[in-house]
Design a protein around this ligand. Sequence first.
Ligand code: SOE
Length: 383
Amino acid sequence: MAKKKLNVGLVGYGFMGKTHSNAFLQAPRFFDTPYEPVLKAVCARSAEKAKGFADTWGYESVETDWRKLIERKDIDVIDIASPNNTHAEIAIAAAEAGKWVLCEKPLARTAEEGKPMWDAVKKAGVPNMVWYNYRRVPAVVLLKQLLDEGRFGRIFHYRSQFLQDWTISEDLPQGGQALWRLDSAVSGSGVTGDLLAHNIDMAMWLNGQIVDVTAMTETFIKERMHNETGKKQPVTIDDAAAFLGHFENGSMALFESTRYARGHKALFTLEINGEKASARWDLHDLHRLEFFDHRDEGRLRGWKSIHITDGDHPYMKNWWVPGLQIGYEHTFIHQVADFLIAAGAGKSAEPTFEDGLKCDYVTDAVLKSAKSKQWESALPPKE
Ligand code: SOE
């Protein structure tokens, strides 16, 4: 049966605009989704840039004002892939217009800014999702299944890192189109909202709510030329962040993210240690889940290295033949597939705006604790 068409209006045309567009095109081909996304319009302030992106990806039209995009009757879903300072206004207006809303991570620059976004989609009753894509790595989904099956027993430790090295040069300017991640007015924070947020989102999905944190952050380069003013200005983002914390289940959290780990481009790792089992995962070897089960027969007990390419593994039967791999872009494809399937049943796919907001409360607590040098609550306030 032909799939129903779902018209997408994308805001933004950067790196994330590409990952999302690719996912919209591929998801209905590989997964049994009730809808087929149609790349209807892409919106950017520069008509020329929008046109170039539309030509490459096959968008049917361009807009230069996101308000016009939202007003269009032929758009069903608004996908926000523009910088963080634009998320709230666009998402709220889209929800109020009854559009389905997808938003790049982090949901907002702060939880205060994100709360009305969650309120708006809740009130409008529209399917929504935040693009925390790494939840859709098959090895990570397998780990979630093993945890939910109770194979780890009581959890003692969860530790996670996300290490990069792309901002080490003092000559790198801040701000402007390509480098808005270095300008806290636009991004909200540095690594905390950009990388640590991935660690936190995944951790809370796998191991539950983080209740409190004690954190430190560091800004190694104090001044950088600003692309918009052409002058050297103080750097207001965090270059590195680390925290200790407690999960609601009583386990200890140990997290670190930085853009100053020379040699590491995207080393996202996690390890979880329970009473009966442990597991670890590393984005550089994303197909592999290492798993240790203490209940294995003593003589054979040891770390198993499970290569996640079998039809029995999450998402994998929809791809090639056993043994053949998939990559980073597939995490976005899985996310679109799950979103379309959930929306077909009138629901949102996780992580929803509510999940995105919970993550924002934790990143806020990290930044607050780094300033106050105190333990801070990471819980959403009681309503
Ligand atoms: C930053 O370099 C970045 O592109 C993040 O913005 C993404 O969320 C992360 O997945 C990879 O690194």
